[in-house]
Design a protein around this ligand. Structure first.
Ligand code: PXL
Length: 277
């Protein structure tokens, strides 16, 4: 059986069903060895929680890289999400240079903004620096807010396909290989993902669920990475990841108190089944 080794670099939000507490179980369920570099440790994610702790682990990142270089460690893919600071982006670029196997894949989720706003703690310097990381991505996974901030194209809540095409073209001009743009909906009932590769541009649409849910970007990005590394093409991986995200949201809707994340664990059996593992 094929067995891939993936490195994912993002924060540990100790509670909140996002970043590493999603990526690690999802990638493992997809059958991959999953190595991690935590970018920061927070008591919770920063969305709607107040008074969370934040420990920046920037200084550890180069040291972990140096140790792994000495041990000749390398990866089939490196998947990045929420990073603790602009300084870390340069450290992550060093990791791309030295720890990725030949033909290894770089998957970047800019994980910095949603609904027209940057997440707490990020500023324009972070956005400008993130552009450099996105330029190195084989697959870039932004939402519309992130795409608009990265490209300098105005953010729109209501748009047409010309607007979406402009965002995607500008991201590719920046250097991204393929773009999977999430949260693209042309009517109030639906949302979906727009997948643009060198070979094709395709849209996968599904029903929109009205409740706003935290962590769904990470659920999608992790399932996408897991499926892509299982050999699915980019469109198929995006479709599997979107279905997994929708099921995770649906399985959370009846629990009003579970506002801070989605119960993705309950959808893992379907993900595994869809991947024929
Ligand atoms: O889900 C993205 C994310 C990851 N990590 C932290 C966050 C967020 C979104 O708010 O705050 C710490």
């Amino acid at each position: 059986m094929e067995y891939k080794r993936i490195l994912t670099i993002q924060d540990i939000s100790c509670l909140g069903q996002c970043s590493l507490t999603v990526a690690l179980p999802v990638l493992s369920a997809c059958g991959h060895e999953t190595c991690i570099i935590p970018s920061a440790v927070l008591s919770t994610h920063t969305g709607n929680f107040k008074g969370y702790t934040f420990r920046d682990l920037s200084d550890d990142i180069p040291k972990i890289r140096q140790h792994w270089e000495k041990e000749n460690i390398s990866f089939d893919a490196i998947y990045t999400g929420y990073l603790g600071s602009a300084v870390q982006i340069a450290y992550v670029q060093d990791i791309f240079k030295s720890l990725l196997r030949p033909n290894g894949k770089i998957i970047v989720d800019p994980a910095m903004a949603d609904n027209g706003k940057l997440y707490a703690g990020f500023d324009d310097e972070y956005v400008q620096t993130m552009k450099k990381l996105c330029a190195e991505a084989d697959v870039l996974l932004p939402n519309i807010t992130e795409a608009s901030m990265l490209t300098g194209i105005e953010y729109k809540e209501v748009y047409d396909s010309d607007y979406i095409d402009r965002l995607v073209a500008a991201l590719k001009d920046m250097g991204a290989g393929a773009v999977v743009l999430t949260g693209v909906g042309y009517d109030s009932e639906h949302t979906g993902v727009l997948v643009s590769t060198d070979a094709e541009c395709r849209y996968y649409k599904h029903r929109k669920i009205s409740r706003m849910c935290h962590g769904t970007g990470d659920v999608f990005a992790s399932a996408f990475t897991g499926s892509y590394l299982r050999g699915r093409d980019i469109f198929e991986a995006a479709k599997i990841a979107a279905d997994f995200t929708v099921e995770s949201i649906n399985n959370t809707l009846d629990d009003e108190e579970h506002w801070y994340g989605v119960k993705f664990e309950t959808a893992l059996p379907s993900l595994i089944k869809n991947l024929n593992i």
